[in-house]
Design a binder for this molecule. Structure first.
Ligand SMILES: [Fe+2]
Length: 350
């Protein structure tokens, strides 16, 4: 194994033939890449996590694990799945290409290798991978900032972690799409990132805000949306960040949206957020029991603040998953016995 890693894009060449590795390495190093070589599939799988290459050139036919299997393993691992893989093969047949596609390979190069084609494909896939990595890093930075914001407020404890876990569970309970469940989970960390722009004197003030202070506090949803807006992958989280303080009757903020004008995920997230605040112990208050908190949410729904159907579904979720109890409140028993809702309405609500 030859290793030459510097602060350059790194390509891992996996081939059992020394001459073949050398030819590819010479071309790539002359074009400014750092090159790492592995002479079989086992060696490649062992070094990928530490080398973290920007691209892998992978021979298909090798003793031991073949290239397709190496690729399949890399693409099924969360840590390595985004590394692009180019298969290098003498096999020109259709079957090999189909197997490569099945193994989630990104490109094929057929021997004899055309130098121009090699350069062009490596350049394009390495650039794509580096862009993806920058995006990953940007997301991580955002999550770190969000945690720092949470830690500014000693009252909230592990509020965000709980929101993430309950967001995932309730999202699945509602049958939401995978991407929507992910948005709910991300919102658990990011929904209040805009508090970064709220002065300590207001954010940490014990007791109630005066109207002027409340106006400043309301800005956290706009600031948070602006912080996350530049990231394309955050698109689904933005409506949750902006609208998690709207109310069903239009008396919330920042846009005074009412009923189904409030983005659905923002409605879902808000119920989880409020429930957690109610059941959590804070320095200035005891935590409510689950059934007390659900009663209060129900009262708020009756007052017009929350989506009544969604509030019932959340109650159903807590009783059927977290409490696993038959000791349900009377209003909820009545709800369970009610006639099936009109399909059209149910469709809009869900
Ligand atoms: Fe908030």
């Amino acid at each position: 194994m030859r290793t030459l890693v510097q602060d350059k894009p790194t390509v891992l060449i996996v081939d059992d033939q020394l001459t073949s590795r050398k030819m590819l390495a010479d071309v790539l190093m002359s074009e400014g890449y750092a090159v790492v070589e592995a002479e079989n599939g086992e060696q490649a799988l062992a070094i990928v996590p530490s080398v973290n290459p920007d691209l892998i050139l992978l021979d298909v036919v090798m003793p031991g694990i073949n290239g397709f299997e190496v690729c399949r393993q890399l693409k099924s691992d969360e840590q390595t799945r985004l590394i692009p893989v180019i298969f290098i093969t003498s096999l020109e047949d259709k079957e090999a290409r189909l197997k490569g596609i099945e193994a989630s390979g990104d490109e094929f190069l057929t021997r004899p290798i055309d130098r121009m084609e090699l350069s062009a494909r490596v350049k394009s896939l390495v650039r794509q991978h580096q862009l993806n990595q920058d995006l990953d890093h940007a997301e991580q930075v955002l999550f770190s900032i969000a945690r720092a914001v949470e830690s500014r407020d000693p009252n909230t404890g592990d509020h965000c972690e709980r929101l993430v876990h309950r967001g995932e569970a309730f999202g699945k309970f509602l049958g939401l799409a995978r991407s929507e469940v992910r948005d709910l989970m991300w919102a658990g960390y990011l929904h209040d990132i805009g508090k970064l722009g709220i002065p300590d004197a207001i954010l940490l003030k014990p007791g109630k805000f005066i109207p002027e202070e409340f106006e400043v506090m309301k800005q956290h949803v706009i600031i948070g949306e602006n912080i996350c807006k530049p990231l394309r992958t955050m698109r689904g989280v933005l409506p949750i960040i902006r609208h998690h303080h709207e109310r069903w009757d239009g008396t919330g903020y920042p846009d005074k949206l009412a009923k189904h004008d409030i983005p659905y995920l923002a409605q879902v997230f808000q119920i989880i957020d409020i429930y957690d605040a109610l059941v959590s112990e804070r320095p200035y208050k005891k935590g409510m029991s689950a059934s007390e908190a659900l009663d209060l949410l129900q009262e708020e729904a009756q007052r017009g603040w929350r989506n009544p159907d969604l509030t019932r579904r959340f109650t159903d979720f807590i009783y059927s998953t977290e409490l696993k109890s038959d000791n349900r409140p009377i209003w909820f028993e009545r709800y369970l016995k009610r006639p099936a809702p009109d399909k059209a309405i149910e469709k809009i609500v869900v």
